[in-house]
Design a protein around this ligand. Sequence first.
Ligand SMILES: NC(=O)c1ccc[n+]([C@@H]2O[C@H](COP(=O)([O-])OP(=O)(O)OC[C@H]3O[C@@H](n4cnc5c(N)ncnc54)[C@H](O)[C@@H]3O)[C@@H](O)[C@H]2O)c1
Ligand SMILES: O=P(O)(O)OC[C@H](O)CO
Length: 322
Amino acid sequence: MTTFGIIGGGAWGTALAATLAGNGPVTLWAREADVVAAINSARENPQFLPGVPLPAGITATADLADIVASDIVLVVVPAQHLRATLALAALPATTPIILCAKGIEAGSHKLMLEVARDLVPNPIAVLSGPSFAHEVAAGKPCAITLASENKALGERLIAAMARPTFRLYQSDDVLGAEIGGAVKNVLAIACGVVEGAGLGLNARAALIARGFAEMTRFGVARGARAETLAGLSGLGDLVLTCSSENSRNFRLGVGLGQGRPLADLLAGPAVAEGAATAPVLVEAARAAQVDMPICAAVAALLAGAPVKETISALLARPLKAE
Ligand SMILES: NC(=O)c1ccc[n+]([C@@H]2O[C@H](COP(=O)([O-])OP(=O)(O)OC[C@H]3O[C@@H](n4cnc5c(N)ncnc54)[C@H](O)[C@@H]3O)[C@@H](O)[C@H]2O)c1
Ligand SMILES: O=P(O)(O)OC[C@H](O)CO
């Protein structure tokens, strides 16, 4: 039987714990003492995944040392905290690590695999795709990409983690899986702005299609394959998060589009990764000489640019071929 360690007791780490507990014992590390206590006593994570009953096979812990004996470790802390958290975890060098955050590190412009490679020699895979935590935890069907450069590792991880309603598709394009997940968060903010500013469904569809073109241009420039970006971890996740207020990134955009203060929108423990990713993505796109006007508009809005003028500037760009 496989044992799982999960580092990060937010919504996604908790949902993955609930799912994987069907395949083997799960040890779930959370930073918050009250989250650890609630999971172990009330079998619920009221702070990050309220209302979802958690199975007995999950043991929560506040001590990272309790994770080190696990057969497979999933790291599910937000992207900007991966480096510090993984450094503290001190995992055995042979333990397979699955990176689950969707973002790009500020400053270094590094994707999650690149951050992890700075720190550890372990076998590494990336999990990315359309997966709202509360739906996965409730056992609703979900199909998601497990990407690893090592084919045998990918097959082993998928065999250990797949569930009847949790379908893992294998890919060897780690960059593609990561870039899709990181960029879709920024585009979800853009679609939320369209919703919040009342610009209509035609505008949203245009943003999804033109945003996907930006994602593909950037991904290919960084070495990803276009077909990966057209799959679950790119287009699949883009469609999900651009069409539902269940997405924290989309909700952030709605608030921005309504003219609400950014500080209010970012208050609270839940993370909207696109807010941290947008400015980094714009810098990385400039470095790669890739044009990403929608993502640049999102970064400008997050830096305080006015909504109406930012949208007008986007629409006033020179007309060009599709
Ligand atoms: N929620 C989802 O549906 C979902 C699905 C797929 C992927 N993801 C990705 O998973 C990652 C985690 O998101 P989430 O939804 O579980 O988080 P969340 O918004 O539910 O909770 C925030 C998390 O950040 C942690 N955190 C805050 N400050 C920290 C610090 N200094 N160091 C380490 N951790 C810190 C908190 O402990 C908590 O676990 C993100 O990259 C997100 O994009 C989320
Ligand atoms: O709530 P969001 O916007 O962080 O989206 C959650 C997941 O990434 C959806 O796949």
